[in-house]
Design a protein around this ligand. Structure first.
Ligand SMILES: Cc1ncc(COP(=O)(O)O)c(C=O)c1O
Length: 385
């Protein structure tokens, strides 16, 4: 068998990870400012993370959700305390898309409605309702196109109220910060008003914190800047630091019943051990605070550099928009400077999503490389005015 070839690949073969670095087969180190797409929250192969998963595997790795698993209870308890959502209920699954799929399903069960409100430029994953709520027709197959999804512009309250007042929408799903869309924020006031409107018209507010959650924005969840309390919050990526997990946090007023949601693998002993280790490291190393502090310093430094059209970011979720496609810049950073960066839907946008324990020395290395390349570009193509 050969691989189903759906991913364009960089010529890079990581065989080892350590903190903010990954290493190729020749032991060449690369500074990882991408974290495998915002997944690596506590750094590669953190000793506490490795030990906790290894110790758990030596006891028991998996049993299905038909037996008592105290690690799930411990995880829900720790997550509630660290995120400020102690009264919420946790459903564990295996990926971001699956978390959103379950969140949308739950909203539909609770309200008895079918319609979904989503936003232009959104990304919510590749399962059926999740991809239907993603503003990207190219990745929707005909089988995904039966969902009733209305895409609205971010921050437009009138259009939102007009839609909600039809009482046909079970959910409004919105990213805490649009990730693949290029680090675009809903205004705090928009979220506050939207939350009130959802309540008024009986629509569930789902905050997709799959990329922007777990401390990345400098708060545990990005929507906490606005003070809203969503009905349902979805998470994945940083939650397991690479172990495939997803989670749905559900407000206490929503009552579960047996069979309402389910999964074979979700919440396994190993997944819980990985997630518990992540939360313990985030807590012990004060990583949400680090993301806030170092992120705002970094954004300040980036704003001083010439040649960047816009810098957008909160904490360690940062986008740099240029007036040229970033493909060559990313290649230069990767192959000449050994720095891994991310892209976005917009070809002119470079995304920075490093592990949350990054320090100023790592960041200076990137900033210096960026200045070198931008200066070279400026000398070769001076702006015409
Ligand atoms: C905001 C957001 N939601 C959902 C997903 C889907 O997550 P997964 O790839 O784990 O299914 C992603 C993945 O990039 C994402 O960024």
């Amino acid at each position: 068998m050969k691989l189903f070839d759906v991913y364009p690949l960089f010529d890079l073969q990581p065989v080892k990870g350590d903190g903010i670095y990954i290493y190729d087969q020749n032991d060449q180190a690369y500074l990882d400012l991408y974290g495998g797409h915002a997944v690596i929250s506590v750094g590669h192969s953190h000793p506490h993370y490795v030990n906790k998963i290894r110790d758990q595997l030596q006891k028991i790795g998996f049993y299905s959700n038909s037996v008592i698993n105290p690690l799930q209870v411990e995880l829900a308890d720790k997550l509630g305390k660290l995120s400020g959502y102690e009264s919420y209920q946790l459903f564990l699954c295996n990926s971001g898309a699956e978390a959103n799929e379950n969140a949308l399903k739950l909203a539909s069960f609770v309200t008895g409605r079918k319609g979904i409100i989503a936003f232009k430029n959104s990304f919510h994953g590749r399962t059926s309702a999740a991809v239907a709520s993603t503003d990207s027709p190219a990745i929707q197959a005909p089988v995904n196109k039966n969902h009733q999804v209305k895409f609205l512009h971010l921050n437009e309250l009138n259009a939102l109220e007009t839609a909600l007042s039809t009482l046909s929408y079970c959910a409004m799903i919105i990213e805490g910060i649009q990730g693949i869309g290029g680090v675009i924020f809903p205004d705090d006031r928009f979220l506050q008003e939207a939350s009130l409107l959802c309540e008024k018209y009986g629509t569930m507010l789902i905050l997709d914190e799959i990329q922007s959650g777990y401390g990345r924005s400098g708060k545990f969840f990005a929507h906490q800047y606005s003070g809203v309390k969503p009905d349902i919050i979805t998470m994945a990526k940083g939650m397991g630091n690479g172990f495939p997990v997803g989670g749905v946090a559900i407000k206490p007023e929503i009552s579960p019943h047996y069979g309402m949601l389910g999964t074979t693998f979700g919440g396994s002993y190993l997944a819980c051990a990985a997630c518990l280790a992540v939360l313990e490291i985030i807590n012990d190393e004060n990583l949400v605070h680090n993301a806030a502090e170092i992120g705002s310093w970094w954004i300040g430094e980036l704003n001083k550099l010439a040649g960047i059209k816009t810098v957008r970011g909160r904490g360690l979720m940062i986008a740099l928009e240029f007036d040229f496609p970033v493909k060559d810049l990313r290649q230069f950073l990767l192959f000449e400077n050994k720095i891994v960066t991310g892209s976005a839907k917009d070809p002119n946008v470079l995304r920075l999503l490093p592990p949350l324990n990054i320090n100023k020395d790592h960041i200076r290395k990137f900033n210096d490389a960026l200045v070198r390349q931008l200066t070279k570009k400026y000398i070769t193509n001076p702006p015409i005015d």
